[in-house]
Design a binder for this molecule. Structure first.
Ligand SMILES: N[C@@H](CCC(=O)N[C@@H](CS)C(=O)NCC(=O)O)C(=O)O
Length: 213
């Protein structure tokens, strides 16, 4: 098999890198990691061959692919469950549609949460700054959507875990780890996903001191 290399940010705070990492872990693939220092602009250097100059990027032999959703789809299709690999996208087409909807939505909306609860506040120093009015509004939108999406007593979107659970739990952890109140059901969902081995492996990785960039 061609070697797999996942290029991630060197502080391990990119939510997109986390999503790609979890996809590879869930598929139980052998791969190596390469840390790219965004603070030093390494993503712009000629030695970093991602077309988009961003992280994450997946290298499979001499093939390069960026964009975390594209990476998850590529991994799911290249290493299918028919080969005995666990699923990362739901089998049911309607659920798969919603899985993709959630992944797209989390990457394109809720900007105030993404800005006011940046991911370094999850894994480095938490923030004590209250959410702005726009932040509260985004939080209310997220909570309402999660309330519709997640059944009571369930810690996954669907019966089986899927890759959108990693992304959604991370969005909720931006609030939860920073002490913003969330309904009990959503705290339980976020915490359960945080303990999932693939996600826990990302969380518990030793991190170098954070430097803002
Ligand atoms: N939509 C992309 C977002 C990737 C992205 O925004 N990556 C950031 C780090 S979190 C990056 O590479 N920033 C450096 C740059 O754009 O120069 C994905 O899902 O992979």
């Amino acid at each position: 098999m061609d070697a797999l290399v996942l290029h991630i940010d060197s502080f391990w705070i990119s939510p997109y890198a986390m999503s790609a990492f979890v996809a590879l872990e869930e598929k139980r693939l052998d791969y190596t990691l390469h840390e790219v220092s965004l603070a030093n602009g390494e993503q712009k250097k000629a030695s970093y061959l991602s077309r988009t100059g961003r992280v994450p990027a997946l290298q499979h032999g001499d093939y390069w692919l960026a964009e975390s959703i594209a990476i998850a789809e590529y991994v799911a299709e290249t290493f299918p469950c028919t080969d005995g690999r666990p699923r990362i996208f739901p089998a049911d087409l309607k659920e798969r549609g919603i899985c993709r909807e959630v992944m797209g939505w989390l990457r394109s909306d809720l900007m105030p949460i993404r800005e006011e609860r940046a991911t370094h506040t999850i894994w480095y120093e938490h923030t004590r700054t209250p959410l702005s009015a726009a932040g509260e509004q985004a939080k209310a939108k997220l909570v309402a959507a999660c309330d519709r999406l997640i059944d009571a007593d369930r810690t996954t979107l669907f019966k089986e875990w899927c890759i959108a659970d990693a992304d959604l739990s991370l969005m909720l952890q931006r609030l939860h780890t920073n002490g913003d109140d969330l309904p009990k059901k959503l705290c339980a969902y976020a915490d359960a996903n945080w303990q999932r081995p693939s996600i826990h492996k990302w969380n518990s990785h030793a991190r170098r001191p954070y430097v803002a960039y």
